[in-house]
Design a protein around this ligand. Structure first.
Ligand code: UD1
Ligand code: UDP
Length: 360
């Protein structure tokens, strides 16, 4: 039986790891490492509970910091764990600093790396995630791609060995939990919302939040839209609002600021929204999965197929573009299966288990 050491640290990674961990543990030993990149209960523990993720075997408690400090501290701590555990595989997810630290620690110790959500590119090198993705893909031995487009992008960089089209594990999580959310979440009642009579928004990209003028413009624009806008506040965004005292003005109008919500509540808010406005990667995809139109508050996206299918529009942060998109969105008729069949985790498990320990 192979031993896989899985590294997670940020909110979307807990969600992606849940279906994979469930499938993997039927056929392999998994050691779960939480870097501690996200640590608030609403950004971490709630997902372990709701998604029945096993308790981490190691919590490295690294916490927040500058990119170098955070990634460097993770690198040191992950290396210690790898030297002790000597797994057959290191499994990393997505594009955060936890992903890069895990990949760097493993590659230097000649431990093979499997990267879930490989081949994503925004082609925007100002995004910290873009470096994390490129470097991780180039260090990885197995690259699990959610879409054919991701496979093509890897090929353009000369990466063809170990590449597998598996579908997206976020669809696995979405399908597994949608009905549970219907049964267990009371968020619509709690917030006094009627289905299709509100918009859902999320905002956390540094490009949108770290400049207070830009953040204020975005909040004010959201506040003036035609329907109530629920905005679960990422701690990065809350910090900026408090730091620059943006709250009073942005509270005007239709904006409902709430704490970050758990995954089941988030699925409810997404699936019953009239429209979603976001700069999140995962939320763009979930909007598509839910069949809800999405307005992306960025100039580019890694999830280009959502735009090509007509369900997502890229508007950046200009108020007039956001208002026009919210007003004029035409729902497409077609809704092709862009992200697989909801069994990506099983496929990934099978490939990992059959690969055994990596032979270069
Ligand atoms: C990180 C990822 C980003 C991902 C996002 C998911 C990197 C470079 N960025 O961004 O790709 O989309 O997670 O949500 O890895 N904070 C808290 N409590 C927490 C966590 C963070 O208060 O539990 C605050 C801290 O002030 C921290 C700030 O949020 O400095 C940013 O956190 P950090 O993990 O560095 O980046 P994210 O913006 O969350
Ligand atoms: N999410 C959540 N509660 C929230 C906001 C987001 O459960 O308040 C979930 C969302 O459904 C998706 C994931 O977190 O599955 C997206 O994470 P995030 O937007 O933080 O990061 P990104 O996907 O942009 O890396």
């Amino acid at each position: 039986m192979i031993t896989t050491l899985t590294i997670v640290g940020a909110r979307p990674q807990f969600i992606k790891a849940a279906p994979v961990s469930r499938a993997l543990r039927c056929h392999a030993r998994e050691i779960l490492v939480h870097t501690g990149q996200h640590y608030d209960r609403g950004m971490s523990a709630i997902f372990f509970e709701e998604l029945q993720l096993p308790e981490p075997d190691y919590n490295l408690c690294i916490g927040s910091g500058s990119h170098g400090k955070q990634t460097g501290e993770m690198l040191i701590a992950i290396e210690e764990v790898l030297l002790k555990e000597r797994p057959d595989w290191v499994l990393v997810y997505g594009d955060t600093n936890s992903t890069l630290a895990g990949a760097l620690a493993a590659v230097k110790l000649h431990i093979p790396i499997a990267h879930i959500e490989a081949g994503l590119r925004s082609f925007n090198r100002a995004m910290p995630e873009e470096h994390n993705r490129v470097l991780t893909d180039h260090a990885a031995d197995l690259l699990f791609c959610p879409t054919p487009h991701a496979v093509d992008l890897l090929a353009q960089e000369g990466i063809t060995h170990g590449v597998h089209l598996t579908g997206d594990v976020m669809l696995d999580a979405f399908l597994y939990n949608a009905e549970l959310a219907d049964r267990h979440s009371a968020i619509l009642t709690e917030l006094g919302l009627q289905p299709r009579e509100y918009y859902l928004a999320t905002l956390h990209r540094p490009a949108n939040t770290d400049d207070p003028t830009q953040l204020q413009t975005l909040l004010s624009t959201l506040a003036k839209l035609a329907l109530p806008v629920v905005l679960p506040l990422h701690p990065r965004t809350r910090y900026q609002i408090e730091q620059h005292n943006l709250l009073p003005e942005s509270k005007i109008g239709n904006l409902k600021l709430v704490e970050p919500v758990g995954y089941l509540d988030m699925l409810m808010l997404e699936r019953y929204a009239q429209l979603i406005l976001t700069d999140s990667g995962g939320v763009q995809k979930e909007a598509y999965m839910a069949g809800v139109p999405c307005i992306t508050l960025r100039e580019e996206t890694e999830w280009i197929e959502t735009v090509e299918s007509g369900w997502n529009v890229l508007v950046g942060a200009a108020p007039e573009h956001i208002q026009a998109a919210a007003h004029d969105f035409a729902r497409p008729k077609d809704h092709p299966a862009l992200y697989g069949d909801g069994h990506a985790a099983e496929r990934i498990t099978e490939i990992l288990v059959h690969s055994g320990p990596w032979k270069a």
